[in-house]
Design a protein around this ligand. Structure first.
Ligand code: UDP
Length: 324
């Protein structure tokens, strides 16, 4: 298939592009490189630098490449920033997304896989979180992702669009070539590894007084390659139907302290910790109920072990720094 991956130069996008190419799909990447990195895009993908809001450019991409399906990952994704600057999030994540849907309409492309997020649930009422649970985002990031999910539903109803919304829990780890490189970095695992490498003085633990097994927040870490593979599986249903799936490993998850101690083992270092205040908006526990995607698409995470996830991120970080 000819697939357009928006945001394909980003952390998760670049791994999705690798998986698309492995499956023999012709892959076109659209990315504005505000957050993404040109050299994260696989050399076999066709790269276009540009904006979702550039209608004529989108039209040209769809026409020239005979696009048959879209994996839409281009978005802003910092919770804190979204609270301070909601306009930026509505413009890119909602208006930009609608511009993409327009271009799809014009080119009669009916299939889209959308990167959604566990942030659409806000503070869940129970764990694990299931797709049918209450949707109540607590910040503009989650709100804009949910707005686009809703748009997809209405476009299906009116125009026969087929979509798969994948609600990511905590993507982590790296493929051999692509890993997490955000600026600023806010995510736990890359920061813990930066502390292990001496690039930052310590890892801040955001709260040790949560009602969890060791007082720190519990999250469901999913290896980015497992996450990427789910996109390829999701593409396959779009001929017939639409769906919404959670994507996480489920189980007990891992606390922040467990992540730090596993990273100490993987890196062979004593990582300095600093206990800090809670980060506003962090739910104590966030675990995915992922039975739906397992049962319906046969998706199974291959790299569930936190040690394997962290090792892959560490290997990638060391591989990356060789080139700097
Ligand atoms: N966290 C932390 N210190 C950091 C970054 C994150 O203690 O420097 C915690 C954060 O409060 C959350 C967990 O680590 O409980 C995962 O945070 P991350 O930002 O990686 O992902 P999120 O769960 O916010 O999507």
């Amino acid at each position: 298939m000819n697939i357009l991956v928006t945001g394909g130069a980003g952390y998760i996008g670049s791994v999705v592009v690798e998986e698309c190419l492995k499956k023999g799909h012709t892959t076109i990447v659209l990315d504005n490189l505000v957050k993404g990195h040109r050299n994260s895009v696989h050399t076999e993908a066709h790269f276009v630098e540009g904006e979702l809001l550039d209608g004529p450019l989108l039209k040209k991409i769809f026409r020239e490449n005979k696009i048959e399906a879209v994996i839409h990952m281009a978005a802003y994704s910092l919770v804190g920033e979204s609270v301070l600057d909601p306009a930026k999030y509505y413009e890119n994540n909602v208006v930009g997304g609608l511009s993409l849907l327009d271009a799809m309409q014009n080119s009669d492309v009916k299939k889209i896989v959308f990167s959604s997020t566990a942030a659409v649930y806000g503070e869940p009422e129970k764990q694990p979180v299931e797709e049918t649970d209450r949707l109540a985002p607590t910040n503009p990031y989650g709100e804009t992702k949910l707005a686009f999910e809703h748009a997809l539903g209405w476009y299906e109803n009116a125009y026969g669009l087929r979509y798969a919304s994948l609600r990511y829990f905590n993507a982590a780890g790296a493929s051999a070539k692509c890993g997490e490189l955000h600026d600023p970095e806010t995510h736990l695992i890359p920061l813990v590894l930066q502390a292990a490498a001496g690039k930052i003085p310590a890892i801040d633990i955001f709260g040790e007084d949560y009602p969890t097994r060791d007082g720190t927040c519990v999250r469901d870490y999913i290896h980015v390659v497992d996450l990427a593979r789910a996109h390829i599986l999701a593409l396959q249903i779009l001929g017939e139907r639409s769906a919404v799936y959670n994507l996480g490993c489920g189980g007990e998850g891992y606390t922040v302290n467990e992540v730090v101690s596993t990273a100490c083992e993987v890196t062979g270092t004593e990582i300095p910790k600093r206990i800090s205040a809670r980060r506003p908006g962090d739910p104590a526990v966030l675990i995915a109920g992922s039975d739906k995607i397992k049962n319906e698409l046969g998706w199974e995470p291959e790299f569930q072990d936190l040690r394997v996830i962290i090792q892959s991120a560490w290997d990638w970080m060391n591989f990356e720094s060789e080139f700097k």
